[in-house]
Design a protein around this ligand. Structure first.
Ligand code: DC
Length: 219
């Protein structure tokens, strides 16, 4: 087992649960690097669609991934990513990507490649990483695990307020039902239902829990 000097805070939960907003706030409060693992799955999906490959054709998706240069980096406090030298930017959040991403994310070979890239970040920085399987599969050894939830109604409303079409219920069903590293509440994860909470309240709750768990946090 590898021993890292760096800390990782794992934040998992369903789509539009508020993970990204709170992960970004938490990482900047702690001076940690923010890594949204979902953008890696989105970037691959974006590239697959652009190449005219069907997301359901897992053989073709894996072949495509083999020849692809997904380059993960860091800019300031944020993880960055390019695909064959291109930053897909806001196209990562398009409705086409929303529709295809869960199908691509089910493929075990895809997860192997992207999980390896996610783990590399811990070699270089303290990180807050958000996703679906961060506490359960990517960094199961971390003591700092959260599962951020919110009711289906609230999540749908939050996404609608962003003005992006997203098939939340379908994505959640596929992400939770897949065979390889499905969305689960990791063992020992702290579950926070944010339905009735403000972002600030969620942030304070996380910080309280992290302190209880022994993480050294300056005021
Ligand atoms: O967090 P997000 O909604 O941007 O993630 C997009 C999709 O990527 C999600 O529906 C499933 C997949 N994903 C995953 O399978 N594992 C992760 N750790 C993060 C995302």
């Amino acid at each position: 087992m590898m021993h890292h000097q760096h800390s990782v805070i794992a934040i998992d939960g369903p789509a539009a649960s508020g993970k990204s907003s709170v992960s970004r706030r938490l990482s900047s409060r702690l001076g940690y690097l923010h890594v949204n693992s979902g953008i890696m799955y989105r970037a691959l999906t974006w590239s697959v669609l652009r190449s005219g490959i069907q997301t359901g054709d897992s053989g073709a998706v894996v072949n495509h991934l083999d020849g692809l240069d997904i380059c993960c980096g860091i800019s300031g406090e944020e993880a960055t990513l390019t695909v064959d030298g291109i930053d897909p930017g806001s196209e990562l959040k398009s409705s086409e990507v929303n529709t295809g991403v869960s199908t691509v994310s089910k493929i075990p070979e895809v997860r192997d490649v992207l999980v390896a890239k996610q783990r590399e970040y811990l070699d270089v920085a303290d990180i807050v990483m958000e996703g679906r399987d961060i506490g359960s599969v990517v960094f199961p050894e971390t003591p700092y695990k959260f599962y951020i939830d919110a009711s289906a109604e609230i999540r749908a409303k939050r996404r609608m307020d962003e003005g992006i079409e997203d098939n939340l219920a379908e994505r959640d069903a596929v992400d939770s039902g897949r065979e390889t590293s499905p969305l689960v509440i990791a063992e020992n994860a702290v579950v926070i239902d944010t339905s009735e909470m403000t972002l600030e309240e969620v942030l304070l709750e996380l910080i309280d829990r992290l302190r209880e768990q022994g993480l050294d946090i300056l005021n």
